[in-house]
Design a protein around this ligand. Sequence first.
Ligand code: NAI
Length: 253
Amino acid sequence: GLRCVVTGAASGIGAAVAEQLTSQGASVTALDLKAPELPVERFVECDLANPVSIEEAVNQLGSGWDVLCNVAGVPGTAPAELVMKVNFLGHRHLIELFFDRMNKAGSIVSVASMAGFGWPLRLEKIHELLATDDFEAGLTWLRENPITGNAYNFSKEVLTVYVMTMGLALAERGLRINAVSPGPVETPILGDFEETMGKENLDGVRDLVGRHATPADIARIVVFLASSDSAWINGVSIGADGGIGGAILSGLV
Ligand code: NAI
């Protein structure tokens, strides 16, 4: 079976990813602040907001991995700097320390969000942040260039473009990287989205498509991108929102 690392495996979408991978015969090592309730092969404690913690975790992991699923994330109710650290800087730091430890034909999957769909409107800023070399340099850039508006949206925009540009860079090494960008999903952070989006807007989005996604809906796409069934998909973000994201962007709703 595939040897997989899953971040955020203690809750929500990450727990569903760990469950589905395990049920398909993969071995799952969970990276999270807290241990998952469901059984996994191994749990490594890691704070993705802290580069030293990420380095320590990667050193414990060793090599020979097939899959890295980056699911951990924090909502926009968290302080802006923490949002950028967990959702982008730490996420990138982990990928860049980890890919050398992956087997050929390995796959990296990152959970971004529909909240990142606006990336074309902020590409210049995004490229400036992506041009920073590491976690600390990224943090310095962020302190010098305060984000206008919602840090959560910016974190997911940057992540989306990062994944798109890394596709080709990793192809040289025989690896792939893709993102899944969900609309609202029934997990513990849905209440945070209610706070940041407004209850009416969140309910409105749900009513357009009849329900929110379940963690399993999103996990199935993550698992597909992790597997060789998606061998020719690389460097893209796949929306998984029941159709609302495209409709909102094109002004239909
Ligand atoms: P969740 O809150 O259920 O799970 C998040 C997991 O990440 C938790 O296990 C948590 O302990 C872990 N985590 C948080 N901060 C961490 C840190 N500093 N270091 C290590 N682990 C940390 O949330 P959910 O909904 O499963 O979210 C997973 C991903 O999906 C996130 O990246 C989120 O932004 C994204 N997403 C969620 C949507 C939703 O409506 N729930 C919609 C679109 C994207």
